[in-house]
Design a protein around this ligand. Structure first.
Ligand code: PHE
Length: 339
């Protein structure tokens, strides 16, 4: 019996010495201390031990069990600590590591100009109205006093979808849609995308316009001029002066081309304005009575003005850039520098 106890103890010791983790430790625990384990088997063997020897043998088994239990407990602690240390190591935060840069979004320079124009006009009592980009020939041309064979159509190289439907070439179509549906007085602005078959440094096939329309009694060219002076001063600076040059649009009469003093030199003449002191900015005019009548508005009682800058052009002037394509190449390093 003594030998057996010794053997069990030695075997247990050996297994525990070679034990490397909690899992195998548990297996050893069951193997020696479990209900069917070796120590339990030894205790069961006590019944065959003579009365005299019982106390001593019992003591030996108990000692062996205590030793094994202690050893298991020590290992258990050691393995648990190791496991925790490993886990903490894996989760360690390196506070010296450079953090990921969070890229901040920005409003596109074109939309910044749109936002400024809208804010300014809304403050003057204008309402923002939008219209479809795929438009009937009627709204884009006919009702604006540009019949089918009118030479003015050549001014605007259009993308037709069918004979009667095209990508709108101008936001002036929204003038007609507004006048058809409402009774004057009204003041509206209409921001949006427009399309023409045109592409170079200052023209893009997709571009943007900002249409303005006021119809009321006693509206005159003076109202147009003071309104545009306000709007362009807000964009280019308080001392901006504007001038009208005679022009032609079928839907305005008289029509003007509007120039503003160059925001770079203030009118002295510089490279940006090619020495003229002025920048050509937009078309405008008094609404042609024919257009009012096309929309069922009494042109004897009501007059109106309309204007329609290209917003891409305004953004180019605001940011003093020579090529409009630069704004749409989406080079964020470049765009970040723009106003
Ligand atoms: N729609 C005209 C254009 O493309 C601009 C304009 C708008 C002119 C309103 C007069 C009045 O180019």
């Amino acid at each position: 019996m003594r030998e057996k106890i010794n053997e069990v103890y030695k075997m247990a010791k050996e297994s525990l010495n070679g034990c490397k983790d909690l899992n195998s430790l548990n297996i050893i625990r069951v193997q020696y201390l479990g209900k069917q384990g070796e120590i339990t088997a030894l205790l069961k063997g006590m019944k065959d031990v003579s009365k005299e020897e019982k106390p001593e043998i019992g003591q030996l088994i108990n000692n062996a069990r205590c030793e094994i239990e202690n050893e298991i407990e020590t290992l258990q602690k050691k393995f648990e600590e190791e496991e925790l240390a490993n886990k903490l190591n894996g989760e360690k935060i390196d506070i010296s590591e450079p953090s990921k840069v969070v890229e901040k979004g920005e409003i596109h320079p074109l939309n910044k100009v749109f936002d400024k124009l809208i804010d300014c006009c809304v403050a003057m009592g204008f309402e923002v109205v939008t219209g479809p980009e795929i438009e009937y020939d009627y709204y884009n041309f006919e009702a604006l006093n540009v019949p089918k064979d009118h030479p003015a159509r050549d001014m605007q190289d259009s993308f037709y979808i069918t004979d009667n439907i095209l990508m709108r070439t101008q936001t002036s179509s929204v003038q007609i849609r507004t006048m058809e549906n409402r009774k004057p007085p009204f003041r509206i602005v209409s921001p949006g995308r427009t399309y023409r078959a045109d592409s170079d440094a200052t023209h893009s096939p997709v571009f943007h316009q900002f249409e303005g329309l006021v119809v009321d009694e006693n509206i005159s060219m003076i109202d147009l001029k003071s309104m545009l002076t306000k709007m362009l001063s807000m964009l280019f600076g308080e001392n901006t002066k504007i001038r009208f040059r005679p022009s032609y649009f079928p839907f305005t009469e008289p029509s003007v081309e509007v120039d503003a003093t160059c925001p770079s030199c203030g009118g002295e003449g510089c490279k940006l304005c090619k020495g003229t002191g002025y920048m050509e900015l937009l078309g405008a005019g008094m609404v042609n009575p024919k257009v009012l009548e096309n929309c069922g508005i009494d042109s004897k009682k009501y007059t109106g003005f309309a204007f329609g800058p290209g917003v891409d052009r305004l953004a180019m002037v605001v940011n003093k850039i020579p090529d409009l394509r630069m704004m749409f190449e989406n080079d964020t390093k470049f765009l970040e520098q723009l106003k």
